[in-house]
Design a protein around this ligand. Structure first.
Ligand SMILES: Cc1cc2nc3c(=O)[nH]c(=O)nc-3n(C[C@H](O)[C@H](O)[C@H](O)COP(=O)(O)O)c2cc1C
Length: 191
């Protein structure tokens, strides 16, 4: 697929089939990530790939996160049970889930730029998945920011969970893209 066309036609695909994705395709998606620009060649990205029964590990961590949240909010038992169950199931929404982690830099600016590099890596991955005929959505939410999930991935201060990418064969139609015209976002400084 031509690059500009891939950028134009990519859409977040929130509903995918459970049909497994060949490991070779997952590897191509991962490989595309490390070509992203990164300041001082810090290569700050780390990936955790969950497939098949391996998604159970993620499901358990998510369920425990939901339990801790419910406890912190003093939620009653029945509501909490529903919340935990819903959160557990989210790990199985796609046959492949990739968590993208950004490692801390040596100072605040480097950490910021590492995060930016990882965002670029995520977009490479999304475009590669799209070019391979796969659907993908970048998700965050509490599972990206809760202390329990940070512990699950063994993160240290300044490390960040940048994205969970849910990948699989699309099970939904295309949506139109809603964006304001770039002219509204641009100031030209010309001679
Ligand atoms: C940092 C970041 C976090 C996101 N988190 C979520 C999320 O938690 N849930 C979700 O449905 N979409 C999430 N998205 C995807 C956006 O909803 C999506 O990109 C947006 O709706 C535009 O749609 P498009 O990607 O098809 O252009 C996230 C995107 C980014 C960049």
């Amino acid at each position: 697929m031509e690059l500009v066309e891939a950028i134009r036609s990519r859409r977040s695909v929130g509903r995918v089939r459970q049909e497994p994705v060949a490991k070779e395709l997952i590897e191509r998606i991962l490989e595309s990530a490390v070509h992203a620009p990164n300041h001082k060649i810090t290569e700050p990205w780390r990936f955790h790939v969950f497939t098949g029964k391996g998604r159970g590990e993620l499901a358990r961590a998510r369920a425990e996160t939901a339990r801790l949240q419910a406890e912190a909010e003093g939620e009653d038992e029945e509501l909490a049970a529903g919340r935990i169950s819903r959160e557990r199931k989210k790990a199985f929404r796609a046959p492949v889930v990739i968590a993208v982690i950004s490692e801390a830099g040596r100072d605040e600016v480097e950490s910021l730029e590492n995060y930016a590099a990882c965002a670029a890596a995520v977009q490479n991955m999304q475009l590669t998945a799209h070019a391979l005929g796969l659907g993908v959505i970048w998700r965050t939410g509490p599972v990206a920011y809760h202390e329990h999930m940070r512990g699950f991935f063994g993160l240290e201060t300044g490390d960040r969970i940048v994205a969970y990418l849910y990948i699989g064969y699309p099970d939904m139609g295309e949506r139109p893209r809603r964006r304001k015209p770039v002219e509204e976002k641009t100031t030209w400084h010309e001679g």
